[in-house]
Design a protein around this ligand. Sequence first.
Ligand SMILES: Cc1cc2nc3c(=O)[nH]c(=O)nc-3n(C[C@H](O)[C@H](O)[C@H](O)COP(=O)(O)OP(=O)(O)OC[C@H]3O[C@@H](n4cnc5c(N)ncnc54)[C@H](O)[C@@H]3O)c2cc1C
Length: 331
Amino acid sequence: MNIQPEYPLENTFGLTSRAQWGGAIEQLTDVAAAQDFAEKNNLSMTCLGAGSNVILQPKVAGLVCSMRIEGINVVEESSESVLVEVGAGVVWHELVMESLSRGWFGLENLALIPGSVGAAPVQNIGAYGVEVAQLIVGVNIVDGLRESRQIAQKDCQFAYRSSVFKAQPDWTIVSVVFRLSKLPVIENSYPELQRVLQGLPVAEPSPQEVADCVIALRRGKLPDPAEFANVGSFFKNPIVTIEVARAMQALGFKAFVHGQGYKLSAAQLIDRGGWKGVRQGDVGCWSQQPLVIVNFGGAQCADILSFAKDVAHSVFEQYQVQLELEPSLLS
Ligand SMILES: Cc1cc2nc3c(=O)[nH]c(=O)nc-3n(C[C@H](O)[C@H](O)[C@H](O)COP(=O)(O)OP(=O)(O)OC[C@H]3O[C@@H](n4cnc5c(N)ncnc54)[C@H](O)[C@@H]3O)c2cc1C
């Protein structure tokens, strides 16, 4: 493994950032090499995939490794399902497309989410009525004591945009094991997707058609990071008590049952708060989806954080609801 100083960090927010030390992990043995280097030089060690869910300071301390372990391997197969182990460096959307072409179903609602397979369990990626936790059997990691083990699904503490991995930064995820169905199971409970699927000239949409609709919906409202740098949703949807949810509903806000509480729409709060399409210099809220903060060119980390603070402060002043960052901040 080639570990170098001043390592440039890939990210979709258009931020110029260098790690004190960095290199790419391409195989399992690189994890041990990286851990040796970090220990010898008394450095923290962090893993990144595509950098599509991080806000990077210009300088990031410690050793930052780009996860590049490839491979999609069938572990077990029956007539109904397949157990498949996928390298953490595989591009998420490529896994979704590959599984559809092999007749493995379940991931289609998560099409076009940027990033790597290894990062998917970290924040339990979700979209259009599906969370990745529903498809995961286990996550293979190397922990800070260099022990390789599998964290079973039940121990991953999956929750809305959260998991045990968020609290264990010294764990390196090397692969993820999924159980995918060989029988099409269509998840169309998400109203926006349901509406589009109902408009198709077929009685029963196929998983490929679901993926196509999801891709079209996403392209219609989310900025392509290659054109308008962003990290997707900038804030989590706030989870609130029933009392707060009722008060917000009385003001015309949507509130969805979520576990013991209620989930509000952060996008609606930002929109009603007057921030949709608002731009300050090179930073702004996307006009079709205000939950996405866009770097229109030269914005740096400090500009983005300052804009986000203004948005969150304004929403709190108006509605007394606190917005929480979805991406991780690396410094
Ligand atoms: C346009 C756009 C749309 C998006 N839409 C969605 C969406 O619909 N739903 C959704 O949930 N998210 C969405 N996201 C967020 C993002 O795509 C996901 O969070 C994705 O899983 C991040 O993958 P990544 O490889 O880029 O992770 P990174 O940004 O590189 O890392 C994210 C976090 O995971 C950790 N991490 C990454 N890889 C590993 C590893 N191998 N081992 C240990 N820790 C690791 C990092 O340290 C960091 O804390 C969107 C982002 C963009 C830009």
